[in-house]
Design a protein around this ligand. Sequence first.
Ligand code: BG6
Length: 476
Amino acid sequence: MHYKENPTFPKDFLWGASSSAWQVEGAVAEDGRAPAIIDLNSKKKKPYADNSIATDHYHFYKEDVQLMKEAGFTSYRFSIAWPRIYPDNSGVPNQLGIDFYNNLIDELVNNGITPIVTLYHYDMPVWVDKEFNGWYDRGIIDAFDQYVRTCFKEFGDRVKYWLAINEQNMQIVYGDWLGVCKYPETWFKDKWKVNHIMNLCHSKAVIACHELVEGGKIGPVPGMVPFYPESANPEDQIAAMNAEELTEKIWNDFNANREYNGFIKRYWKEHDIDPDIRPGDMELVEQAEIDFFGINCYRSNVAKASPADSEYQEIGLNKSGEKGNFIYPNYPGIFEQTNNPFVETTDWDWEIDPVAMRYLLRYMEDHYHLPMVITENGYGAHETLGEDGKVHDEERIKFLKENIYQIGLAIEDGAKVFGYNPWSFTDLLSTGNGMAKRYGLVYINTTDEDLLDLKRIKKDSYYWYKEVIASNGAKV
Ligand code: BG6
């Protein structure tokens, strides 16, 4: 099929970028914010990813919004920190925390930037964790409901796009790494109970948003990593489908169709798993009709058939940033992950595959027929300031350029995509590699070892993206 050089983007397409509270805000003990589990979890990771200062966005937010405005942003995706809004179990929200987000939202809206807000991005208050054993106890459902209702009431007059729980699928798949799993030895079965409780939290958030926010729209935000089959062997195709199910599709099906799909029901039965679905749960879920999908996508994966008598292998993430340290998982009889000889990888062994973006947008359109907004997509790299005091990030420009092109093609294919918010606006703390893995359009002058002046320095990608936005994607 022949395509013109540059696909056309819709007139009101939202161009922006993305972040999350714990990865940028800092000020963890200021204005009444309580400790969050991520504060403790990030400290355990090596290299160090301490979030007590991060990029100090809490104090730099006005300057950051001015940089967004100068680049021509029409959207910004960020998250609210639950421990700023409810620092304790008193049921009384923290006005200073509410004030911070009111100021940030006003600053955005007054500068023509549409806020897209995530309610939960890994920063559970420690008091919630202690009281409800993280996501293991159903008591968290009411606590979460109280928190999200407060957000909708306080900010819903200006925030119309909401995302409930960031990458719930990845939090379950990588339970240990992302801090959700408390008992690794029983996680294989526990995860489905935990996931069901998260599903109920998500469902109540969807219902509350529609009840409290006039014109409010809300959706899930899955971490999407499409799986290709290794070969035309039909068994490899089934393996790729199994992999899709167990890493993303069962969550997307649940969110869109408001029921557990046949694959997961059979899986639970075969493995003697009880997800603890109680009377009334599915009636609640039924009422939670989502409006759109947020899409986080950085890469693709490959699966091949796995013999039932092969050896189980747990996934091993590359945490060092030196190529070749990723360990492919094997789930006997279900799928084995393998490498893709057709694509390059980043230093963290993430496949660089912009075509995956088009593939998955078409896949999501075909399965769910819902609008979509890209809420994350980006290139993580080791970066330092050059001798000229600048950052010449050609590889990031190439990555973003090719992804935007593929999004344009997907839109021409019929996918209803209404915005692009790459990860990330400024450099920020990576989940496990702190400032050693940078994604930003804007460089932050600090390192994991030395707190420098936190100066914001526009990278080459910032100037390039500004032109893309000015031309509504025509100059990609
Ligand atoms: C996404 C998360 O999965 O990936 C972000 O929502 C995260 O919080 C991003 O930072 C990139 O991952 P990492 O591990 O490189 O920081």
